[in-house]
Design a protein around this ligand. Structure first.
Ligand SMILES: *Cc1c(COP(=O)(O)O)cnc(C)c1O
Length: 388
């Protein structure tokens, strides 16, 4: 059996080595290391792939979120609603810009923003909603867009974990995750579904004016050389990273399909246990599939494959996997509302029943493009030995 890894970047690289190496060396030889033609061509390829008018590459996913918020002109005191159960970057940038983060609970099936909690959290100060498509699963965008419209709020999609996922609206229309709200942000961190070999990120929007504003912000607030109209930042995707991404984008659908296939095998093996809740894709009617993985659309691209262990044996399982050298992750062990940096007396524990429960029950198993059947059989057998 091949060595088990949480993410097998080496195995993935070996299969496209020649293409990637050539692409990187082209940049090295061109000396166009910053804002070169490689960045521009990746940008265009990604716009076409996502069917979005504007992709603005930047330095990482955290910057992408921050710049999206700057571009929308959010001001100190504006309330921005996001989820309690996500990677800290989402709330960090809200706080950094002196906006007021409003953390809310997630849905117990999807682990994404809870629609009822969202409705309750809106106040006259609310300006934006940041749904996070957690673990690769698109949030309930029909409902979110409807609520945003009714209350005149911006929607900023944190799409760091769901690039390539499709969302099927109730009327049957499909759109790529990250291109549905006013603006989307993604990360090309190496282990993400579309990862480069360092840091990278991008912002997506269909709004021409916002795209123009953001293109200035990423470049020191310059719209004309050495004229600084707004306070900007320096956030660039470098050409070498773009050269890797240009190659890998061609394989993104294949990569996501491999992840879905692995998830399907995991689910199949683990459904025998009544103490395990496998990932659900019940975002909307088309995904209402009790087996968990929907075959009619791609609303979950499995950035992580995350289980809930409901009989209190999560930590015992974690120890067992550790002893055997089977990699796993606990995403995330502490809800954001309990983190020192983001505590706020306005929060009531009773408003976070789902996240408070999830942090005790979740465990993520190896998930990547190179997982094979033997590995999944071995891992799931060991999981079942402990959880029963
Ligand atoms: C990875 C990630 C980010 C940040 O991306 P970086 O490129 O690491 O800055 C933001 N939000 C979520 C949900 C992420 O998973």
């Amino acid at each position: 059996m091949n060595k088990l890894q949480m993410v097998d970047l080496k195995g993935q690289y070996e299969k496209i080595k020649e293409e990637v190496d050539n692409s990187i060396m082209d940049v090295v030889n061109s000396t166009a290391y910053i804002n070169g033609p490689t960045v521009k061509s990746f940008q265009t390829d990604l716009e076409n792939y996502l069917n979005v008018k504007h992709v603005i590459p930047c330095a990482n996913g955290t910057d992408a979120l921050q710049i999206a918020m700057m571009g929308l002109g959010l001001k100190p005191g504006d309330e921005v609603i996001t989820v309690d159960f996500t990677f800290a970057a989402t709330v960090e940038v809200i706080a950094l810009l002196n906006l007021t983060p409003v953390l809310i609970d997630v849905d117990e099936k999807t682990y994404n923003i809870d629609i009822e909690a969202l409705k309750k959290a809106i106040t006259p100060k609310t300006k934006a909603i940041v749904p996070v498509h957690l673990f690769g699963h698109v949030s309930q965008m029909d409902e979110i867009m409807e609520i945003a419209k009714a209350h005149n709020l911006y929607v900023i999609e944190d799409n760091a974990q769901a690039i390539g996922a499709n969302y099927t609206f109730k009327d049957g229309r499909q759109q790529k995750a990250g291109t549905i709200g006013d603006v989307g942000a993604t990360s090309f961190f190496p282990s993400k579904n579309l990862g480069c070999y360092g840091d990278g990120g991008a912002i997506f929007t269909n709004n021409d004016e916002l795209a123009h504003t953001i293109r200035g912000i990423v470049n020191h607030g310059m719209y004309e050389r050495y004229h600084h109209d707004v306070v900007g930042v320096n956030s660039r995707l470098d050409s070498i990273q773009a050269s890797v991404l240009g190659v890998k984008l061609k394989y993104l659908d294949t990569y996501n399909a491999a992840r879905q296939n692995a998830a399907r095998q995991y689910n199949e093996a683990l459904k025998v246990s009544e103490h395990i809740i496998t990932p659900s894709t019940e975002t909307h009617k088309k995904c209402d599939n009790s087996e968990g993985i929907c075959d009619t659309c791609d609303c979950h691209v499995f950035h992580q494959y995350t289980l809930r262990i409901t009989n209190g044996k999560r930590d015992e399982l974690a120890n067992h996997l550790k002893e055997l050298g089977i990699p796993f992750g606990i995403y995330y062990p502490i809800p954001l509302h309990l983190q020192k940096a983001y505590k706020d007396e306005r929060y009531n524990e009773g408003d976070f029943t789902v996240t408070n429960q999830l942090v005790k029950e979740v465990i993520s198993l190896p998930m990547h493009t190179e997982l094979d059947k033997d590995q999944i059989e071995y891992i799931t057998a060991e999981v079942l030995k402990i959880v029963g």
